[in-house]
Write a protein that binds this ligand. Sequence first.
Ligand code: CAA
Length: 294
Amino acid sequence: MASIGAVTRVLLGKNVANKVAAANTGFIKFYSTAPAYENIKIDVVGAKKNVALIQLNRPKALNALCGPLFVELGQAVRDFDADDKVAAIVITGNEKAFAAGADIKEMQNNTYSENQKKGFLKDWEDISNCGKPIIAAVNGFALGGGCELAMLCDIIYAGEKAKFGQPEINIGTIPGAGGTQRLPRYVGKSKAMEIVLTGNFIDAAEAERMGLVSRVFPVDKLLEETIKLAEKIGTHSPLIVKMAKAAVNQAYETTLKSGLLFEKSYFYGTFATADRKEGMSAFVEKRPPNFKNE
Ligand code: CAA
């Protein structure tokens, strides 16, 4: 599969969305009223049509993350998070760029007081509030805010030519959407310092060695492999997947003791769900489980 176009029916605007929804009754209901996105494209893909695909779509600006793009991305993530038919979300860019950072031209004339008053970059929190797994499929540049967006996701897969970096230092600023906090948690202090203080880029192989990226694929296989991963996650109980994600994320928020307590309460909590009962019954009865998200 060479491009996103090969696996997606891309929705380019309200009219197109309405036509697609009308023509395809299997299509998720909210697409009939989907907003007319200008900076992203969305679709639902996979054999069971349960993988949400969001493509950042400002190719001329290397997918620089301008304010309107982030408002749209936040809206799409919230919609997919609320849709029971969606098991996992994939965020991708194009072969040249996942995203080359926050939009430098847009923020060039910002002042400190404007940043404070408007809560510059506040929309980014929508991504970390999502309960469903989000997987970043990174081809090309993932720089500055682009690298930070990938790190906001739960899993990062990369194409062989991906380049990661936090080059804000080159333009007289520092990472502002988690780079100084999440990067050390991924790769440790010394490597994070080196990346943040030099502005140097690292390639996909190095990113995988460092633990920033889970797996690296040929450029033209990346999206297909990422969708397969999302589909695999989609075979499990969505309720339990959500609990597992929350428990792993807790490891980055707290002490080991508190994290273990959180884990235990969630583990015990799974015993209050029908899906835990179904999963264990299916194992004992040697049959596939039929999870109900309950
Ligand atoms: N913001 C706005 N526009 C950007 C951009 C960005 N972050 N990155 C690239 N572009 C634009 C360029 O201005 C150019 O537009 P024009 O054709 O209109 O001039 C277009 O995308 C193509 O870029 P280049 O011609 O520079 O492409 P290249 O292949 O020669 O270089 C690059 C690619 C190395 C990624 C280079 O574009 C670059 O260094 N980009 C900036 C990377 C950066 O500094 N990112 C951090 C931003 S700050 C941030 O993200 C803060 C935060 O933490 C939230």
